[in-house]
Write a protein that binds this ligand. Structure first.
Ligand code: FAD
Length: 498
């Protein structure tokens, strides 16, 4: 492999280019990125997951520079309002609830204590939840014994600024950038892609192609015909309108807000210089103008730009790596932004690909391709199930949309996870990847799904001992979060006053 061509300069394209600049260019492989100003980028994608920190670290990007350059704020989780019932609210935190004991997960201890009327609300045992509700933030401690080591954090970013920053980063390291619109794709006799031809007559031949062309899915979808697996019957939202507004005066929230409405939900993402706002809805249940009115009425400040309409379909490409083409970002699939998972999927596609790339040329990339596609399918399916949980775990009966979500037939994998939790409080065991035990716990309990029983192992702890343990832990959370600085002060401290 001598030449890699990346098609697309959105978040996916520039994240891929930046990583390749660090890990592929030094191996003597030329990397070129083509982007078209005429087409532009999707222009949304502001809420992230903690994994982005390790991506930046991998690239060697200083976190304070990143926060300053992208007008970022810190994020401890997502608040979900009105999901199980109108008036409900909970936070899905990037962190743990309490501490387990003798190998017994904390939530079984909490369930037992609750059955004896000896427990506070689950939230009170989560440091990131309570810190978020107080608009406070501090960096986690590296001392694993400290309660300040029980959480992680992510960022809210201006995605346009992030792509611009990565563009400079990648180009400084030697990635070539070409502006132009691809209008024809040339193939070898075996179907592999040979070259991309631009409208201006230029042609770019390559050995390997990275499709970051967004929803167009120009290479993997249109040219190579990787089938699209449609999940819109489980995730019926297919439209969004996004609009930025002035940042509201007052405290800076260290969390994303996702408020359900009658046919979907609305987001608020606090950045340093503005608030990102949007509404997600299912066209089948809500007209565009109704959605736009709802969005504009709920803005926390004056709009600073025109609203932008977006359409999408939930699902993924059957293979994100087909022949000599790897799809990264929206071209490989889309799961709605409820849990901020798209940039994560971009990041892991890139790191998995670079990890699988053999040191020397190999005749067939089939084993790498198969393994990559297997791992990506698992990632997508796990996120899919987690997102569906937010919709199906509802008691809302106030609109056809919610009645559909409540009654729809679920994927077998999710049915099993939910039955397991309902019966025994057991949460499907994931040791790595996205959405581990505390995430499922947050959404189950936040959306009023509670187990019939707790693990009998919790009965090995005396009720009085348990009550004292829980009382101490909640007190520790209250004390530690009261001592934390305000989130806005930390942002100012790290990157200068706004
Ligand atoms: P795009 O940004 O669409 O970029 C495509 C690129 O391909 C552009 O540069 C375009 O010019 C180029 N291109 C296409 N065709 C051609 C051609 N023929 N010739 C030359 N160039 C071409 N993700 C998150 O992680 N968090 C969020 O909070 C979040 N919110 C979202 C909200 C909504 C409503 C939507 C729809 C998405 C959201 N996402 C979010 C997803 C996120 O926006 C995307 O994953 C991310 O922006 C990556 O997009 P992309 O680079 O794949 O595509």
């Amino acid at each position: 492999m001598k030449k890699i061509i990346i098609l697309g300069g959105g978040t996916a394209g520039w994240m891929a280019a930046a990583a390749m600049a660090r890990f592929v260019l030094p191996r003597g492989i030329e990397v070129t990125l083509i982007e078209s100003d005429q087409i532009g980028t999707v222009g949304v994608g502001e809420a992230t997951l903690p994994h982005l920190r390790s991506f930046n670290e991998l690239l060697g990007i200083d976190e304070n520079v990143f926060v300053r350059e992208t007008q970022a704020t810190y994020k401890l989780g997502i608040e979900f309002a009105n999901w199980a019932r109108q008036g409900d609210s909970y936070i899905h935190p990037f962190g743990e609830y309490g501490r387990g004991l003798n190998g017994i997960p904390f939530h079984h201890l909490w369930l037992k204590a609750r059955a004896n009327d000896n427990a506070e609300a689950l939230d009170n045992y989560s440091l990131p939840v309570i810190a978020a509700l107080k608009n406070r933030f501090e960096f986690p401690s590296e001392d694993l014994r400290s309660i300040l080591a029980t959480y992680s954090y992510a960022f809210h970013i201006d995605a346009g600024l992030y792509a611009r920053y990565l563009r400079k980063f990648a180009c400084d390291l030697g990635v070539k950038r070409i502006e132009g619109k691809v209008d024809r794709v040339e193939h070898h006799a075996d179907g592999n892609i040979a070259a991309l031809h631009l409208e201006n007559g230029q042609s770019l031949a390559g050995d390997f192609f990275v499709d970051c062309s967004g929803f167009r899915s120009l290479l993997i979808g249109q040219e190579l015909g990787s089938p699209f697996i449609d999940w819109s019957h489980w995730l019926p939202c297919d439209s969004a309108i996004a609009v930025p507004s002035e940042a509201p005066a007052g405290e800076l929230r260290p969390y994303t807000r996702a408020e359900a409405h009658t046919a979907g939900w609305r987001w608020q993402i606090p950045l340093q210089h503005r608030m990102g706002n949007g509404i997600v809805y299912a066209q089948r249940y809500m007209q565009d103008d109704e959605a736009q009115n709802l969005l504009m009425q709920g803005l926390p400040g004056a709009a600073t730009n025109e609203p932008r309409q977006l359409r999408f379909q939930a699902g993924r490409r059957q293979e994100s790596w087909r022949k000599n083409c790897l799809a990264v970002g929206l071209s490989s699939g889309f799961l709605e932004p409820l849990e901020s998972t798209s940039i994560y999927l971009i990041q892991i596609a890139i790191t998995k690909f670079i990890g699988l790339l053999p040191a020397n040329h190999v005749a067939s990339q089939r084993p790498q391709r198969n393994e990559f596609n297997r791992q990506m399918a698992l990632e997508y399916e796990r996120i899919r199930d987690f997102l569906i949980l937010h919709y199906c775990a509802t008691e809302r009966d106030d609109s056809p949309f919610w009645r559909y979500c409540r009654d729809m037939e679920l994927p077998g994998s999710l049915q099993n996870k939910m039955a397991l939790y309902r019966q025994s409080g057991h949460i499907a065991d994931y040791k790595n990847g996205l959405f581990l035990e505390p995430s499922w716990l947050a959404v189950y309990q936040g959306q009023r799904i509670s187990p019939k029983q707790y693990s009998p192992r919790a009965d090995t702890i005396e009720s009085d001992e348990l009550a004292a343990l829980l009382k101490n832990y909640a007190a520790l959370v209250r004390r530690a979060t009261s001592d934390m600085p305000l989130h806005s002060d930390v942002v100012d401290r790290q990157c200068g006053p706004r």
